[in-house]
Ligand binder design. Structure first.
Ligand SMILES: [Cu+2]
Length: 607
């Protein structure tokens, strides 16, 4: 039986040492093909990559265990000398993420795999007046990019390979595609607001020049000059895209998918991303092909938009996704408002949601009972109405910092904080609730799509009881869990080995790398403090929460859980997933006892 350690080193080398195709010895025809650019956004390329992952799963299953891994890695080592390195890398990531036995192998971080993308450098464009540069710290954050790359590995648009040639499209894949990207946009725009920049504007007319240029200063990607026009560079591609856009617009107008099925958020997501039944359809894939068309505007080589590991570095990513989000909003905006008739019989106390700096909480540890014990003493019982404590704040703080595990550039982080909620249940039955936390800049609270999901917390409020619920920010449902939620960030996936030395097929650890980076949980804010609203809604967990395993890791909100249904039955983004009845967002929410609204601010500090 093969030893695991050498296999771990080999998996690492496969991802860290790229083959130089100029030096490779292989049939010329293979090399010509391998030198073609690769993009997961091209159906044919993705199919070939997922085909490889499927083959390694099949190979590894024959002998099973470490011997099976030995065989699969051997095959990968043979294939890579005549195959496109990006195609092989993507296939390896899919194999390592989805094949249970491969949990025992490490996945080096994006920063380790491609350090050149994150080197220390000055401004990225020659144009010093380029205001987009001020957001480079955020768009080129190594873990934000890794999050985006990893999400698309966990949710391949053409489905997850199984080792049998068959693919599995996860439930609610299309809805999650829409929601995850919508949340990235809300966060991006909050960051822009922090820096005094206008929101990302949809790139919706493909016959117009794309004003923003982008130069990644990386030999693997071509730079794009400002003002490139896709209709000039790629008229055929644009004509096809206009057809695809029309298909989406007609589906929204008719309320039906092209096949006649009623339109849902999941359905429109699948149509636009070419996932599920739209995988091979020429009419689908507006989103994917948009990535390809924009990547094609660069000189010499394709731009960063061709690859999920780099796409969000480009301001064009957010303009393109704003357009995609506007199209899906056509569907979401037509939904009947929620009537909230199923709200649970709980109400928040007057100081229902407190923010506390953990460095001012005696004995605080991220894991352990100290936080809850402190919260019970300070804010429970006789202190039910108290909001005074040294740790309590109305202002969260962010700052720029550096760490070896994050590469040479400074990155945004925040002063560690926790929430304390106070709820009472006047009914005569215990109630299980889900606390849904969202935040939005004060200026945009009436716009549903600008609310940023912060957390989703299961708790129980016993009959007739008043409860204090505490929650550390690092436990947020949106962030990468386990080691990832520490400081400094730990972007690498380490092998999972149990006491018996074997990988645990039931472990959900391959999802640990999934989720928004913890250090970017709080938007930047301004030096004088930027106003935000926090909304906490308690919903009836009987009606919504499918699973909540406290031992799980990864992001419950953005990755769900391995091999089970998405853990929340409500529409993603609930209650902001559809219009509010009659009044404004804050009037509706403010009138509900099961919702707590409060203002706070975010101050960016400089040392
Ligand atoms: Cu994406």
């Amino acid at each position: 039986v093969a030893d695991i350690e050498p296999l771990q080193r080999r998996a690492e080398q496969l991802l860290l040492k790229r083959v130089d195709l100029e030096q490779a010895i292989a049939p010329e025809a293979d090399l010509v093909r391998a030198r073609q650019p690769f993009s997961v956004f091209r159906t044919h390329d993705l199919e070939r990559s997922l085909g490889l992952a499927d083959r390694w799963m099949a190979v590894a299953s024959v002998r099973g265990g470490t011997d099976g891994l030995d065989d699969a890695l051997g095959d990968a080592e043979r294939v890579r000398v005549y195959e496109n390195p990006d195609l092989v890398e993507h296939a390896l990531l899919v194999f390592l993420t989805h094949f249970p036995e491969a949990l025992r192998l490490p996945i080096p971080s994006l920063l380790e795999r491609h350090p050149g993308l994150f080197e220390e450098r000055g401004v990225l464009t020659a144009d010093l007046a380029d205001e987009e540069e001020s957001l480079a710290y955020w768009r080129a954050d190594p873990l934000a990019n890794q999050h985006h790359e990893h999400w698309h590995v966990v949710y391949p648009s053409a489905g997850v390979p199984t080792g049998t040639g068959a693919r599995v499209t996860k439930k609610r894949h299309g809805e999650l595609f829409v929601y995850m990207h919508q949340q990235m946009l809300a966060r991006y725009d909050a960051e822009r607001l922090s820096l005094g920049l206008a929101r990302a504007v949809a790139y919706a007319d493909y016959n117009q020049p794309l004003a923003e240029g982008y130069d990644p200063q990386d030999p693997d990607y071509g730079p794009r000059a400002p003002g490139r026009n896709p209709a000039v560079v790629d008229p055929t591609g644009v004509a096809d895209q206009i057809v695809r856009r029309t298909v989406v617009e007609q589906a929204v107008a008719a309320g039906n998918l092209p096949g006649g099925a009623p339109l849902t958020t999941d359905g429109i997501g699948e149509l636009i991303e070419a996932s599920g039944e739209w995988g091979a359809a020429e009419t689908g894939g507006l989103h994917n092909n948009g990535h390809v068309v924009i990547a094609g505007l660069s000189d010499a080589k394709e731009g960063v938009m061709a690859n999920t590991r780099t796409a969000i570095m480009d301001p064009a990513f957010f303009r393109w996704h704003r357009h995609i989000d506007d199209l899906t909003e056509g569907q979401a905006g037509k939904q009947t408002p929620h009537d909230f008739a199923d709200a649970p019989p709980v109400r928040f106390a007057s100081g229902g949601a407190l923010l506390c700096f953990t460095d001012a909480i005696p004995g605080f540890r991220p894991v352990g009972p100290e936080l809850q014990q402190w919260a019970d003493v300070r804010f429970g019982g006789a202190n039910w109405d108290s909001t005074s404590d040294l740790a309590v704040t109305d202002e969260l703080e962010t700052f720029m910092t550096k760490a070896e595990s994050m590469g040479p550039r400074p990155y945004l982080d925040h002063r560690d904080f926790a929430y304390v909620f106070r709820l009472e249940n006047a009914s005569r039955a215990d109630v299980d609730v889900t606390l849904r936390l969202f935040a939005a800049p004060e200026a945009w609270v009436e716009e549903r799509r600008m609310w940023i999901e912060m957390d989703k917390i299961p708790t129980t409020v016993p009959a007739g009881a008043k409860v204090v619920v505490s929650r550390w920010g690092g436990d947020a449902s949106v962030v990468q869990r386990e080691k990832g939620a520490g400081r400094p960030p730990h972007p690498r996936r380490d092998p999972i080995v149990n006491a018996d030395g074997r990988g645990d097929p039931w472990a959900v650890q391959n999802y640990c790398n999934c989720g928004w980076p913890f250090h970017l949980l709080v938007p930047r804010g301004t030096t004088s403090g930027l106003g935000f609203q926090l909304a906490v809604m308690a919903t009836d967990a009987e009606q919504d929460l499918k699973t909540h395993d406290p031992n799980r890791c990864g992001s419950l909100s953005f990755c769900g859980a391995r091999d089970v249904e998405y853990p929340d039955r409500r529409p993603m983004g609930y209650p902001f997933d559809r219009p509010f009845a009659g009044d404004t967002v804050t009037t509706v929410l403010g009138s509900m006892p099961s919702v707590f609204l409060r203002s706070f601010s975010i101050r960016h500090t400089t040392v």
